[in-house]
Design a protein around this ligand. Structure first.
Ligand SMILES: *Cc1c(COP(=O)(O)O)cnc(C)c1O
Length: 370
């Protein structure tokens, strides 16, 4: 059988599908030199908050700054602790450290999310917030997290970088805590053509404080009420995001359909487990991650057959060198996953024929081994 090339993501085919809109958006911004702030940024912010069903959207430089800004504006700093998942991209924990607070990791459940059963034992007098990460596009058990946050009077800061339009009990990611943090990194479900991110919140005064901090501590030029940072969504990225926004629901549904095709066609391979889906939740499949025996062998075999895969992430956060200083590490689930997880190609434009090809190759790899 001939080798078929299956890339991990394909941002070119998405661009080709909406090229006239994107090109026009870019030339408008350049024509009006609306590079920083201004009309296109405001337009995207109001479009995104309306579509998402939140009161405020504050565009910022990226989905790492958005976490940092939220925590700074909650007054989190030295002497504080913030609880987060042992399995995420480093932004979730490095931003805690950036504020001067200490990241406190919790092992994960069978959905790759923070294990709510293990949160309470990590709470101390210093704990100020829980930072759940809706990893791969699937939301955490927000019922339990909300209950714990209420009981101990903690803020909830949702890292939604991988979970645009994900739902838990019909509530969207980012709508359940004081604020949600989104990334529009090009490969994310809603991706800009460079770095971009946003904060969503329903709280008017908190929204204003975040907006101010992200813009040198000023809401009005030269009126610096506080010292802030420079983290702004730029006009080009905002206009590109606005051009993509009308398609995002359709693209998200296509990701879900692709995931269903994978899971159906990978059934009955004892060496492979497909993603568990939480009850009452709507996954947005930023990533489709399987657990596989002899994962490295499988990954090489797939590559030989033209199929690009990645490992998100090779090490659990607490196992990274930068956290060597942490004591008493005990993250058996996140650590065991390191040698088994594999992210398969996933994007809205991925054709069924390619999904079937990937599944067939996974099957033939294990057949050859038995
Ligand atoms: C991508 C990502 C971020 C950071 O987003 P950037 O826009 O790249 O800064 C934060 N958290 C998670 C879970 C992510 O996947």
């Amino acid at each position: 059988m001939a080798i078929i090339k299956v890339p991990f993501v394909d941002l070119t085919s998405q661009y080709q599908s909406i090229k006239p809109e994107i090109d026009k958006a870019i030339s408008n911004v350049i024509g009006e030199t609306a590079f920083i702030g201004g009309k296109y940024v405001r337009e995207f912010e109001s479009q995104f908050s309306a579509l998402y069903g939140v009161k405020h959207c504050i565009g910022v430089g990226n989905g790492t700054d958005s976490l940092f800004i939220i925590m700074k504006m909650l007054g989190i700093g030295p002497g504080d602790e913030v609880i987060t998942s042992a399995y995420s991209w480093i932004s979730s924990s490095e931003t805690i450290t950036q504020t001067g607070a200490k990241p406190v990791f919790v092992d994960i459940d069978e959905y790759f999310n923070i294990s709510v059963k293990l949160i309470e034992e990590k709470i101390t007098k210093k704990t100020k917030a829980i930072l759940p990460v809706h990893i791969h596009g699937q939301m955490c058990d927000m019922d339990a997290i909300s209950r714990i946050a209420k009981k101990f009077n903690l803020f909830i800061i949702e890292d939604c970088a991988q979970s645009h339009f994900s739902e838990f009990k019909e509530k969207r990611a980012g709508s359940m805590g004081i604020a949600g943090s989104f990334s529009f990194y090009p490969g994310k479900n809603l991706g800009a053509y460079g770095d971009a991110g946003c904060i969503v919140t329903d709280n008017d005064s908190f929204a204003e404080r975040c907006r101010m901090f992200a813009n040198h501590g000023a809401l009005k030029k030269h009126h610096h009420q506080i010292e802030g940072i420079n983290s702004r969504l730029d006009g080009l990225q905002a206009s590109i995001l606005s051009a993509k926004l009308p398609y995002i629901i359709d693209w998200t549904n296509k990701r879900r359909a692709n995931a269903d095709h994978y899971s159906e066609n990978l059934m009955g391979i004892p060496e492979v487990s497909t993603p568990n889906i939480r009850r009452d939740s709507l996954h947005s499949f930023h990533l489709y991650v399987i657990k596989a025996k002899n994962r490295n062998g499988l990954q090489s075999y797939l590559l030989e057959n033209g199929i690009e895969t990645f490992i998100h992430y090779p090490l659990a956060l607490p196992n990274l060198e930068c956290y060597d200083y942490l004591e008493g590490k005990n993250f058996p689930v996140a650590t065991a996953n390191e040698s088994e997880i594999l992210s398969l190609p996933m994007y809205p434009e991925l054709e069924l024929s390619k999904i079937l090809y990937v599944c067939e190759k996974i099957r033939s790899f294990y057949n050859g081994q038995r």
